[in-house]
Design a binder for this molecule. Structure first.
Ligand SMILES: [Zn+2]
Length: 95
């Protein structure tokens, strides 16, 4: 064990790119469009061509010009129940 999973490696590559693009710690900047492109590059966003909005909660619902490209978060950029922080439990000594 100890080897990062493939998806973990992909996220790390994304983080590497973020550090580079933001020129940390010298304080570059990264606009939302560049961030989106990075997400697509590293598989954190999937692009889907749509002819109408996927749903009210989708980012493409605000678009007015179809067909367009819908950007959807992938499993790499989603939290799942298994990775959420566990609820801390208070343990008391009963001695
Ligand atoms: Zn959409």
């Amino acid at each position: 064990m100890g080897a990062a999973t493939a998806s973990e490696e992909r996220r790390r590559a994304f983080v590497d790119d973020l550090f580079e693009k933001t020129d940390w710690p010298d304080g570059g900047d990264l606009d939302g469009f560049d961030f989106q492109e990075l997400c697509v590059k590293h598989g954190l966003l999937a692009t889907v061509e749509v002819t109408e909005a996927c749903g009210d909660n989708c980012g493409c619902a605000e678009y007015t010009d179809f067909p367009t490209t819908c950007y959807r978060r992938t499993e790499l950029s989603r939290r799942t129940a298994s990775v959420e922080a566990p609820t801390p439990s208070i343990t008391r000594s009963t001695e």
